[in-house]
Design a protein around this ligand. Structure first.
Ligand code: LLP
Length: 399
């Protein structure tokens, strides 16, 4: 589906895992994450072609999924990494991302984390405040190094996404007010162990409309003019991540329309000869290749509905409980043609441990396997051990 205006979700036939796959699932310990490595590679191939067309660079947002196997697959395509903690920087390097393609963002980098970045000679710190500039300058000085930095500007753009993941508005904690660009850039220029190399933006996540990206390009063009007016030229423009995926009907678009977004950027962003454009996609790369699979423990009829109590809870996939997020739910093993209504709930002792309510599934019984689709991004990585539960298991399509 072309990435034109808003994406439309057409309910099409559900893609079920084939019989052979489902019988393999029967041998796995539930709940588990299952990653389709072939789909991940196809997604990476499409992304690479779309960005290579314009010479753009991608730094995969490790926060979406830091599973070493997934990171190795992504680094093998030559992409960089976008990290938000010292541990992510170390994990990315361990999993094959070259340090000179690692960017490090986050409003609250600790001194220890900054030191990790500097000692590993990462490509760039995306800096979010004047005070952070001073701290990086001091630590770089102590280490006898010069740190590359990009200023993360808050572009004041509404990405029209879930309010929990909308980051580009003026009152958000992220970035530096774009109206303060000149004074911040001038300040950075005066610091002896800082090299100002670029501007960084990120407007939010799960963005399904290209208009916020067009506005972002305009804001970036405006900021570049201001920088040039100061007599500076900054080689790097980083537009962040945020491209969304189809959670409602994943099979209608398993691979996001990277091409159309890149065309939009190319048509709207002013780029000088020696400048490079960077992106930090997370969700768009890994969401669709991951499925969480859980087993039905009990069916409990209630007045309005039937509760299907599964062995996964919000400790395994927290997005529905935390953001009211939707994941398509499928019964992989039902033998019945007849449909019934269910609330799909987990075992955790909290009433928010609900994956979805009032959904129609083929008649579901104890032991059935239930799939939660589009769980590859912000799924496994956000799992917790609340209630002292085990972390979910992980399996891959090719082993
Ligand atoms: N760059 C920066 C500076 C970010 O803050 C983020 C995400 C990304 C890149 C990657 O964004 P993506 O391409 O994945 O949309 N846990 C939430 C999403 C939080 C996103 C935080 N920042 C969820 O499950 O929806």
């Amino acid at each position: 589906m072309p990435f034109k205006g808003k994406l439309r979700f057409n309910e099409t036939k559900t893609r079920m895992f084939d019989k052979e796959q489902i019988s393999r699932f029967g041998a796995f310990a539930t709940p588990f994450y299952y990653y389709d490595i072939k789909l991940l590679r196809e997604t990476l191939t499409r992304l690479k072609a779309a960005v290579d067309k314009y010479g753009y660079c991608v730094h995969y947002a490790v926060k979406a999924n830091a599973n070493p196997r997934i990171l190795q697959e992504i680094s093998a395509f030559g992409f960089g990494a976008d990290c938000v903690s010292g541990n992510e920087v170390l994990r990315a390097i361990e999993c094959g991302f070259p340090a000179d393609k690692v960017v490090f963002a986050g409003v609250g980098k600790s001194d220890e984390e900054i030191t990790i970045g500097i000692r590993n000679n990462i490509f760039c710190f995306n800096v979010e405040s004047l005070q952070e500039l001073e701290v990086i300058n001091k630590i770089a000085g102590n280490e006898g190094k010069i740190a590359n930095v990009a200023l993360r500007l808050n572009p004041g753009i509404d990405a029209h996404t879930n309010k929990c993941i909308n980051t580009g508005l003026a009152d958000s904690k992220f970035g530096i007010d774009f109206n303060k660009l000149e004074e911040t850039a001038a300040f950075a220029q005066r610091l002896g162990h800082i090299k100002l190399i670029g501007l960084h933006f990120h407007i939010g996540s799960q963005i399904l409309d290209k208009e916020p990206y067009r506005l972002l390009c305009q804001r970036s063009n405006e900021m570049q003019e201001k920088i040039n007016y100061m007599g500076l030229e900054l080689p790097e423009i980083n537009l962040g991540g945020g491209l969304g995926v189809d959670y409602v009907n994943p099979d209608s678009q398993l691979i996001p329309d990277f091409e159309s977004l890149m065309d939009t950027i190319h048509a709207n962003l002013k780029v000088k000869d020696r400048q490079r454009v960077h992106f930090e996609f997370g969700r768009a790369i890994v969401a669709q290749c991951g499925t969480m699979v859980s087993k039905v423990l009990y069916i409990k009829p209630a007045t309005q509905t039937n509760f299907a109590i599964v062995d996964a809870g919000f400790t395994d996939l927290i997005r529905p409980a935390l953001y009211g997020a939707h994941h398509k739910i499928e019964n992989l093993t039902s033998r019945y043609a007849q449909n019934e209504k269910y609330d799909i709930v987990g075992p955790i002792c909290e009433s928010t441990d609900v994956f979805d309510t009032g959904i129609t599934l083929p008649k579901t019984v104890r032991g059935d396997l239930i799939a939660f689709r589009t769980a590859g991004a912000y799924g496994e990585i956000m799992a917790s051990r609340y209630n002292l539960r085990n972390l979910p298991n992980v399996y891959y399509s090719d082993n």
